[in-house]
Design a protein around this ligand. Sequence first.
Ligand code: GTQ
Length: 348
Amino acid sequence: MNELGRLEDLPQDYRDALKAQNLVPLWPSLRAVLPPGKPRPQTRATAWSYQALRPLLLQAGELTPIEKAERRVLVLANPGHGLEKMQASAAMYLGMQLLLPGEWAPSHRHTPNAVRMIVEGEGAYTTVDGEKCPMSRGDLILTPTGLWHEHGHDGDQPVVWLDVLDLPLVYYMEASYHVDGPRQAVKPGHGERTHARGGLLPTPVFERSSKAYPMLRYPWVEARAALLALADDQPALEAVQLTYTNPATGGHAENILGFYALMLRPGQTLALPARSPASVFHVIEGALEVQVEDPHAPQHFQLAEADTCCAPGYTPITLINPRADAPAFVFMADESPLHQKLGVYEVR
Ligand code: GTQ
């Protein structure tokens, strides 16, 4: 591969003439925008300890009343992108949100898609599109693009959840905005109950239009039971993994990011191939070691319950359950639906 001409090789008056007409020579930047062989991700393998961030999140509860925050969130920001960019990867945003007993985070809707993975506490709920979704540890609750959502808390202990949004992508597209709304009227309906039996799909014979997102809450008790059943049923299966899907389409639960529940058997090591999308791992139960062959600096994270890490794309990742006596249960998010839809998805 030959060396390309540099900007400094061009006479200053020529560079000035280009600039005056909003013109840029490609060749000095060609290798930067099309690097050889594989991308040079800004995303760095990064881990966030729940034990370390929890006191700071609770402190935010004392420092900033909910009325002054709307959403009281500490963002898990990737230093590779610059913390102020508030992104975990190119397309993923992660935040730890705190809601205290009696608090209410008012109704709004926005273009980015969100999910919540409940980390700690009981008694809180999210109302999404009029459906009241109780929050329990390990539950996944969707707030897809455009749907009204608000958070309330009838319990007596702090509740914390992990927000995963495609905000960096939607913001980059200059398509990010929100609309405030009044408190929602709660309508009857429990999508997680009507869709609790995989393979049996409610058939809306007399309905003119069915909901684009018929299931908004994926209870952890169901996901955990499904993982244990899968592991038990297929003892030789390496990747005990489930995808959170939209039961009506069979496709991913949301349009841009993918969400998965994984189980690692006691002592299991699971080597994942390098894939183009970035990914996020959050420990629901047990312990997890994550080895990331990050080209910047290889990382080996030891994660405890409620810890979270992210890994860039195009990078082999090894997951290890260090415990010989108990399975590890992991929530994973990635950019696969986006890469697949755009035709840039790769496994190496
Ligand atoms: O709970 O609606 O972490 O709108 C960032 C933006 C959470 C939310 C975030 C949001 C929300």
